[in-house]
Design a protein. Structure first.
Length: 143
């Protein structure tokens, strides 16, 4: 499971669809609807919020916005809880790590998108997050 801290606009089509599916799975986990993935490290930052299901719903909403911008039709009815979105912090080191991880994927899958992203200096976060000083997040499984 990869719940990107990066803005979904950087993902290729395959990555955006995978993110939607994985975030829907995360929503089901946070709602207690599945036995698997309950302790997945990617979920820790959502679990640490006052309302984890509202946080993942906001996350999904922004992913659906990006899909819509691209002309895709993600079913927003699958987002269980809509509510007020509270911005969450993410370490700059995490953004750097994820950018490197994404570039590695895009180099093979979408060279054109890779060439665009590799030259960017200021990478935007997913709209649910704001970058703060710090290293790679403790919940990240670094490879």
């Amino acid at each position: 499971m990869r719940l990107w801290s990066l803005h979904p606009k950087y993902l290729d089509a395959k990555g955006l669809v995978a993110l939607w599916r994985e975030a829907l799975l995360a929503q089901n986990v946070l709602l207690g609807r599945t036995k698997g993935y309950r302790n997945h490290p990617q979920l820790l930052r959502f679990k640490q919020t006052d309302d984890p299901t509202a946080a993942i719903a906001c996350y999904l909403g922004f992913v659906a916005d990006e899909a819509e911008r691209r002309g895709y039709n993600f079913n927003r009815q699958k987002i269980v809880q809509q509510g007020e979105c509270t911005v969450m912090p993410v370490h700059e080191g995490q953004i750097a790590y994820e950018t490197s991880h994404l570039l590695h994927k895009l180099e093979r899958r979408d060279p054109e998108r890779y060439n665009t992203l590799v030259s960017l200096r200021d990478i935007e976060t997913h709209p649910l997050f704001t970058a703060v000083e710090g290293e790679v997040e403790t919940w990240e499984v670094v490879r």
